[in-house]
Each structure stands twice: as C-alpha cells, then as structure tokens.
Design a protein around this ligand. Structure first.
Ligand code: PMP
Length: 458
C-alpha cells in the first residue's frame, strides 16, 4: 500500500490539469494504488474484485509475475530502436502471433492503440480496393481518432464536425433491442427472451437484418466499397451479439462489391470468448484484416493489424507506413509473455469454463428480477441489460443504473458499463478468474439488485 498524494490533492490536480471530459465512473472517483491478478487495491487499502479488467484489457491478470519478469528483463536490455534497426523481440513476437492466425492472415503491422490499428486498417482497405466507402454498425466503437470517429457510431463519442469521411453506418443486428426478436439466434449459452417466429436453424431475424444491410449497400454507399468493420461481439455497445450466420452473409455481400472485411478483435481476441482464440472464428468467417489491442499487451500500450500479403503489398505500394513506437522491444517482450501465459495457464479454456458458469449464474437473475432484461455473451464477455420492465424493454434510467453500479463497488466488486443509454453492465474480468470469485460477484450483484428493489418500493 502506498500513497504519494492526498486524495483531495489528486482531485484538485485532476480538475486543473487533466482533460475536463468526465471519464471517472463514480462521483467519488476510485483512486487505485496497486493491482494483483484479478484484484485491485485503492489508496486506503480496500480491495476490489476487478470484473472489468481496465476496460477488457488486463487479459492475464494485473502485474502477472511472468509478464512483469519479461518486462523487467527487456527494460534492462533495450527499450527502443525504432523500425530502422532490427531487434529479436519483434521477430519472435511476429512469429508467435502469426502462428495463431489462419492462412493467409500472416503479415503483421505493430502500432500502439486500437484507434491507430483501425486507422491503419481503414487505409489498407482503401489502398487495396481503390474504393472509399466503409460500413460499420450503429453502436460500434472502433476508436476516437479523427479517421476512426467515422466508424464509431455511439452518440456520446460523436462530434459535430466532419470526421471520418466516407463512412456509413448500418443497422446493428441486435436480437434483444432491435426490431426483430431472436430467441435461438445467438452464439451464447443464454438466449434472449424476445421470441421469434422461426425454428432453430432458420433464423428469420438474421434474414431481416441482412435485408437492412442490403438496403445500406444500395442506398448509402457507392456501388463499390472499400470495406466493412465489425466487432465479433460489440463491446462498448453493451456486449451485443448478432444472429448466427449474419456475418457470413454480410461478408459475401461486401466482397461482391469489391470491399474487404475487417474484424475488430480489440475486445474479443486472445481467448476471451472461450470456444475460440479469435472472435471471428466463432462466426465461422475469415476476415481480410484483423485488428487487435487492449488484451494483446495485458495493459501495456501495444496494438496490431494482421492482414494478407496481398493487402500488405497494396498498402506498401501507396504508403510508406512508419510508426516510431509500434513494435518496440518492450511491447514485443510483453506481448510474447502474454501469449505464453495464455497457453501455459490454459486461459482460453478457463474463459470457456468459468465464463459459461458465470453466464448461467447471471442468467438466473434475469428470471428473478423484472429489471434484468437480458443476460448475454460468450466466455468472459458478458452483458446484463437493465430495463424498466421486461415488457417495455425501456432502458432503466441512468441514475438507477448508477446506484446499482456504486453499490457493487461499495461491496468490493468493479464492473463496467455500456450501451447507448449506459443501461448495460459489462463484465469482462481477467481470464485467470475462478468460480468462487464468480460466486462472490454474482452474490454482490444480486444484493445490489435487492437493495435497489427495496429503494424502489419505498
Ligand atoms: N475497437 C474497439 C472494439 C474498442 O473497444 C476500442 C476501445 N474501447 C478501440 C477499438 C479503440 O482502442 P484504443 O482506445 O486503444 O484506441
């Protein structure tokens, strides 16, 4: 436990010298001092079970000993070279990462953040296709740079100035909140209670959403397009899952128009979804470009774009892509250690087993509480969508969601938020989480809901 500055002084400095955009989750911001695996400690020594892992970023655990040791070894050897000189950590890393991707996704570009990775993927799509228009889903978050702001379709992050020209949004195929139900359409152990009229295996909801996608293609973009971005499961939008088979058909439609398909694996990659290492594999599609960040470095700033040799050549013909810090020795040593830990500690299998256990436990709360509208997700990426009541599906007012959120914190559980109305709790712990910790988290969440219902009844 350490305290370098008094809490009140931290608040003053924050107000005076840091971005005025309110990013802190709680009215009394949490001031942390230390982290260990799935636990965080605040400046007063209180401990919290971290079920959001720094926004789905700390993939293998805070300050994981093996990752720390790799960082310490590299920091004493060489921090920086820039790409004009070679250093083995980047080659070791490139070999390890590419081995985890199917053919022909074998060429890696290393950058420093998810926004940068998606910026680069946009350039690649345009350079390769010779087209401009790019499509992404409403509700998608793909970054906050001027280029990627065009792909990000969450009102909170939009700006009233032109950005990301040539980007068009299309309807998100959300079987809970969208216009068509889909009670057996998503790849999750828990299906939505919104019934659909079709039988398993014939998803009319998917067909309806594909019609919407075709509508976007024939009305909002040019005949030939550059590409289509999709997260395998939307993170910021509140763990939104699409009907099975949607991406397969959408990818075909995009390719018919000359575009490339980009999977944004910033939140879903590296085994988090349990059944597969990459989210796109859960949809049985093969993208042309895959972008990754967050969990790739367990919290160390690093990101990557992986593509085919052809697309990489198309970019190289048109752009001398350069990045001072991308692929620096520290990032590569850390990235390698993260991949080793995922394998050695069977963390993908843990995501599958503990994640499914957790989903089924949270799903029981949907039966118990009228304000729990939907519980969904896969592996260790779970969304709990809060509603006023199940019939209307109106989002639970933000102040009420805030209160439940804070109550969880008081009881030692940190969870995330998402959704256009901030109505969805997002749960994505480090992949080292255990079943007893899940039991604790579910009990805390349940107690917060009980407290809330009691407050409401008064
Ligand atoms: N893509 C997705 C799916 C994300 O969730 C995020 C970050 N929330 C980004 C891209 C952008 O990543 P970064 O904040 O590292 O720029």
């Amino acid at each position: 436990r350490y305290q370098s500055l008094a809490y009140s002084r931290v608040l003053e400095i924050h107000k005076q010298h840091l971005s005025p955009v309110p990013t802190a989750y709680f009215p009394t911001p949490l001031l942390l001092s230390q982290g260990h695996m799935e636990w965080l400690f605040d400046y007063e020594g209180n401990r919290y079970l971290d079920f959001f892992s720094g926004i789905v970023t700390v993939s293998v655990g805070h300050c994981h000993p093996k990752v720390n040791a790799a960082a310490q070894k590299q920091i004493g050897r060489l921090w920086h070279t820039s790409t004009v000189f070679f250093h083995p950590p980047i080659h070791e890393y490139a070999e390890k990462l590419s081995a985890l991707l199917p053919e022909p996704l074998k060429v890696i570009f290393l950058v420093n953040s998810g926004s940068e990775a998606n910026d680069l993927a946009m350039l690649m799509a345009r350079a390769h296709s010779n087209n401009t228009d790019i499509i992404s889903f409403r509700g998608a978050y793909h970054g906050c740079s001027p280029y990627t702001l065009g792909l990000t379709n969450v009102g909170l992050f939009k700006m009233e100035l032109p950005s990301g020209m040539g980007c068009q949004s299309t309807m998100c195929p959300d079987v809970f909140r969208g216009p068509w139900g889909g009670s057996h359409c998503r790849d999750s152990p828990v299906q939505t209670t919104r019934k659909c009229s079709c039988a398993p295996g014939c998803c009319q909801a998917k067909d309806q959403y594909i019609e919407q996608f075709k509508d976007t293609l024939s009305t909002s973009v040019a005949k030939s397009i550059a590409g289509f971005f999709a997260e395998p499961i939307q993170g910021v939008n509140g763990v939104v899952q699409y009907p099975k088979g949607f991406l397969t058909e959408a990818f075909e439609l995009v390719r018919e128009r000359g575009g490339v398909c980009i999977a944004d694996e910033v939140q879903t990659g590296f085994g988090r979804l349990g059944s597969h290492f990459w989210g796109f594999q859960t949809h049985d599609v093969l993208p042309d470009i895959v972008t990754m960040a967050k969990g790739i470095g367990n919290g160390f700033p690093m990101a990557a774009v992986v593509t085919t040799p052809e697309i990489a050549k198309s970019l190289a013909r048109r752009l001398h892509h350069f990045n001072t810090f991308g692929g620096n020795p520290m990032a590569c040593a850390i990235g390698s250690a993260v991949l080793e830990v995922i394998k050695e500690e069977n963390l993908q299998e843990n995501s599958q087993e503990v994640g499914t256990y957790m989903l089924l436990k949270f799903a029981k709360l949907r039966d118990e509480f009228e304000i729990v509208g939907d519980v969904r997700g896969k592996g260790l990426m779970v969304g709990i969508e809060m509603v006023k009541d199940k019939a209307s599906r109106q989002p639970l007012p933000c102040e009420e969601v805030n209160q439940i959120h804070q109550d969880c914190k008081y009881m030692g559980l940190l969870i995330g938020r998402g959704g256009i109305f901030s109505q969805t709790f997002r749960i994505a712990p480090s992949m080292c989480i255990t079943k007893p910790e899940v039991d604790f988290a579910v009990e805390v969440f349940r107690s917060a809901l009980i407290q809330h219902m009691e407050r409401r009844a008064k």
